[in-house]
Ligand binder design. Structure first.
Ligand code: ADP
Length: 387
């Protein structure tokens, strides 16, 4: 069986390992430490840094294809691997659009994909550029680091061009953070369209989901997005498949979307298994992790047919009490149909340590079950339901 290399040892690689077992594929993971989430479960782990070309070159030897559990490998290193003859899927040219928000905005808007208004914020005229953009779109304005942001880090919502903004912008420019601005989109809700594309050109689309963020972190995902207009759902799937083909993405592509009064706008792209697709482990015939492996191995893609009317995934964040085992037992006893996933990570407040999935016909009931399990795992009965 061919060896697939995955750079990064986080929970996405861990859950990809789970899918690789079923497929009989061999996964090799490049992890920073033996304690990494995936390093704890993979048989073939190499310890090294994704920021070292030497480590990457050593890692890829013997892999038929290399893929990624995160976006943080420097683009020049992926290009160097490609020049060595390594098949990187997605390739460096595609992946750049998931690594650099400004490159992505420029490319997608040139291709006619619906995007929020945006502007580059050059370091030497940052505040003036931001003020000019704010005059054009109105405030608040969303300031973003073009690279390296995740879970809401690297994003600032600025109410005006006052002294606090000037101070922040000065600091970021001094730190060498490349910046861009976006209009603050008054969205109704956030959606995600997940698709897969193989080198052969086969595409597969999952049902469009609703994602709920809290403090910049994905909190829960409802599949399919309730009440979403059929035409808009089909348009979002087409948009995602079209972006995948246009950028020559191989593997998964998650397109994060804003639903507005006038349709959808693209927020950002991820080219790997995505938090908005964890529900597919139980909620779809083919999990996103299996689909990613099938796509990067150029195998026929699997069916994306849902297995339940509604599937809700809720992330489990670490709470103040790291001893969650008693709560784990309670959640399983309370609702044997809720599926609990843990990532083998140490519990720290606010850290994503796992997720739960509930399925059924009655959305309110399914939501309640998933929320109860996630909240209870975090903090037990003392914590009141916050929603
Ligand atoms: P990250 O790279 O940290 O995931 P995102 O660009 O996805 O950052 O933004 C994180 C969250 O911030 C989004 O899910 C959304 O809730 C909010 N957000 C991002 N861009 C905008 C925008 N232009 N207008 C309004 N809200 C935004």
């Amino acid at each position: 069986m061919p060896v697939v290399g995955m750079v990064g040892g986080g929970q996405l690689a861990r859950m990809t390992q789970q899918a690789a077992i079923g497929l009989g594929a061999q996964l090799r993971v490049l992890a920073a430490s033996p304690q990494d989430s995936a390093a704890r479960v993979c048989a073939d782990v190499r310890i090294g840094e994704h920021t070292s070309l030497e480590d990457l070159r050593g890692f890829v030897k013997g892999c038929v294809v290399v893929t990624f559990d995160h976006e943080h490998v420097p683009p020049a290193f992926i290009r160097a691997l490609e020049e060595d003859g390594t098949a990187c899927r997605p390739g460096s040219a595609a992946l750049l659009h998931a690594q650099d928000k400004l490159v992505m905005r420029e490319r997608l808007s040139a291709a006619g994909a619906p995007c929020p208004r945006f502007a580059a914020i050059p370091a030497d005229t940052a505040l003036a550029a931001l003020e000019a953009f704010g005059r054009e779109t109105g405030w608040p304005v969303v300031l973003k680091a073009t690279r390296g942001g995740y879970d809401g880090k690297g994003l600032w919502i600025l109410p005006d061009a006052g002294p606090a903004t000037a101070e922040l912008v000065d600091r970021l420019v001094d730190e060498g953070v490349a910046l861009m601005a976006e209009e603050h989109v008054p969205f109704r809700r956030e959606l995600a369209a997940l698709v897969a594309r193989s080198p052969y050109g086969q595409g597969a689309a999952y049902p469009v989901v609703e994602t709920v963020q809290r403090d910049g972190i994905c909190h829960e995902v409802i599949a399919p997005a309730p009440g979403l207009d059929d035409d808009l759902a089909a348009e979002a799937q087409r948009l995602a498949l079209d972006i995948a083909a246009r950028l020559d993405v191989v593997g998964l592509l998650a397109v994060e979307l804003f639903e507005t009064e006038d349709g959808v706008l693209v927020n950002e792209l991820a080219m790997r298994p995505h938090n908005s697709g964890h529900w597919t482990i139980e909620g779809s015939r083919t999990s996103q992790f299996e689909q990613h492996l099938r796509a990067v191995l150029n195998l026929p893609l699997g069916s994306t047919e849902p297995t339940a009317r509604y599937t809700v995934m809720a992330n489990v964040l670490g709470g103040d009490d790291p001893d969650l085992y008693p709560r784990y037992i309670h959640v399983m006893a309370h609702d044997p149909a809720v599926k609990v996933h843990f990532y083998g990570k140490d519990v720290r407040p606010g850290r994503k340590i796992g997720h739960v999935t509930a399925m059924g016909d009655d959305l309110d009931e399914v939501l309640e079950r998933a929320r109860h399990a996630a909240e209870y795992l975090r903090s037990g009965p003392a914590m009141k339901e916050t929603r």
